[in-house]
Design a protein around this ligand. Structure first.
Ligand code: NAD
Length: 380
């Protein structure tokens, strides 16, 4: 079985699908690993590191894609400089494993099915205990939560911690985290480590205890409706619930020095949690970091990839935060892939076993068909 690691061509993508350490583990299992020349360069892993780990370095991109049994990537396959699509370089029957955003950009699934590619989407790995080691959404979201706080701290014209000095006492920064999923919880922990006073809000009441155990205060809003969908994800809430939420959170936003928004609903545009009026109420010098910027943003003033000034408030809409920490982002993602690849190997050969619930849930296309009902619905 031949496994290939492609060099990412998306501008700004610095991660790589496998790091040399994971390559060595796969080679030990009798798997042939090809790595495209320069694939690890942006995350500081050299071709020599991969070679030492037992990989073959391949300079011919077409050959790497065409001769792979399993092609590993980080981001959605793209159009190359020569105008050809990366997916069209795969041969029929090959397996592609990557983040594929099949609910947001379902056309990719159609193309992969046409190409008779068996595609496993890392977003579709179930959030179950058995699949934890493969949960790339979590490993990358945690980085995003951590980095968002560092960005906020750097942009805030104030200290985060309380300081008692000979020159006077500094009050700690007030940080409000909106959305307490994986990214939000890591943001809470990071802001607490920096000494801020932290509050958090989520429409899933189940996160209250986790928020409190990290030393933050949970802001409660009584919503008289079910807010949790299958798999523990948040549901899109009614207009009445949105209104009720806004009334409660407005006061907390107004009092905060930093607001970090992380709220997402799978397959939908991110909900607006911070309106323009709320930003207008914030103190000049305050900072909003909107991790959901790529999904449209949780703040009405967010511009993805840009820093916006509004009445003295800075609204930052970072793109691809995990890529800004490519060493650990790649290390964790490689471990996620390694765990998943192990489910696809039997006696050193490729064996895509749909009886396995993780493989079945992650696989979006196989043998010319789109297998996932939600992806089919997204295409309709
Ligand atoms: P996510 O990135 O989809 O969303 C981030 C957070 O935003 C979530 O906590 C969500 O509830 C919240 N949110 C959505 N709409 C909101 C709104 N209008 N207002 C406020 N908050 C809003 O979430 P995630 O971090 O990917 O986690 C999704 C689910 O998966 C959670 O239930 C989480 O506990 C679960 N999970 C389970 C495992 C596991 O068991 N192995 C691992 C990771 C995550």
């Amino acid at each position: 079985m031949r496994l290939a690691v492609a060099r990412e061509i998306e501008v700004g993508e610095r991660r790589v699908a496998l790091i040399p350490d994971t390559v060595a583990r796969l080679v030990k299992k009798g798997i042939e690993v090809w790595v495209e020349a320069g694939a690890g360069e942006s995350s500081f892993f050299t071709d020599t590191d991969y070679e030492t780990a037992g990989a073959k370095i391949v300079t011919d991109t077409d050959a790497l894609w065409h001769e792979a049994d399993v092609l590993l990537k980080v981001g959605i396959p793209k159009e190359r400089e020569d105008g050809r699509l990366e997916v069209d370089l795969l041969r029929e029957g090959a397996v592609l494993i990557s983040f594929l955003n099949p609910l947001g950009e379902p056309a990719i699934a159609q193309r992969l099915a046409q190409r008779q590619v068996t595609a496993l989407s890392m977003e579709m790995i179930p959030r179950t205990t058995r699949a934890q080691s493969m949960d790339a959404l979590s490993s990358q979201a945690s980085i995003a939560g951590y980095k968002a706080v560092l960005i906020a701290a750097a942009a805030l014209p104030k200290y985060f911690p309380m300081l008692t000095t000979a020159a006077g006492t500094i009050a700690p920064a007030k940080v409000f985290i909106m959305g307490a999923g994986v990214a939000g919880l890591q943001a809470i922990a990071t802001a607490r480590r920096l000494g801020a006073v932290v509050e958090a809000f989520d429409i899933r009441p189940a996160v209250k205890e986790e928020v409190q155990s990290l030393g933050a205060k949970f802001v409660e809003v009584q919503l008289n409706e079910d807010t949790v969908a299958d798999g523990g994800y948040a549901k899109e809430v009614s207009e009445a619930a949105k209104q009720r939420t806004q009334e409660v959170v407005a006061e907390h936003i107004k009092q905060s020095d930093v607001v970090i928004t992380t709220a997402q609903v799978p397959g939908k545009k991110a909900p607006i949690l911070v309106t323009e009026e709320m930003v207008a109420q914030m103190k000049p010098g305050s900072v909003v970091v909107d991790i959901a910027a790529e999904q449209g943003g949780n703040c009405a003033c967010t511009k993805p990839g840009k820093d916006v000034q509004y009445n003295g408030v800075t609204i930052i809409g970072p793109i691809n935060l995990p890529s800004s920490m490519p060493v650990h982002a790649s290390q964790l993602y490689a471990k996620n892939l390694f765990s998943l690849v192990q489910l696809l190997i039997k006696d050193s050969n490729l064996d895509v076993n749909f009886a396995d619930d993780i493989v079945s849930a992650a696989c979006i296309t196989h043998a010319g068909e789109i297998r996932n009902q939600r992806v089919k619905e997204a295409l309709a």
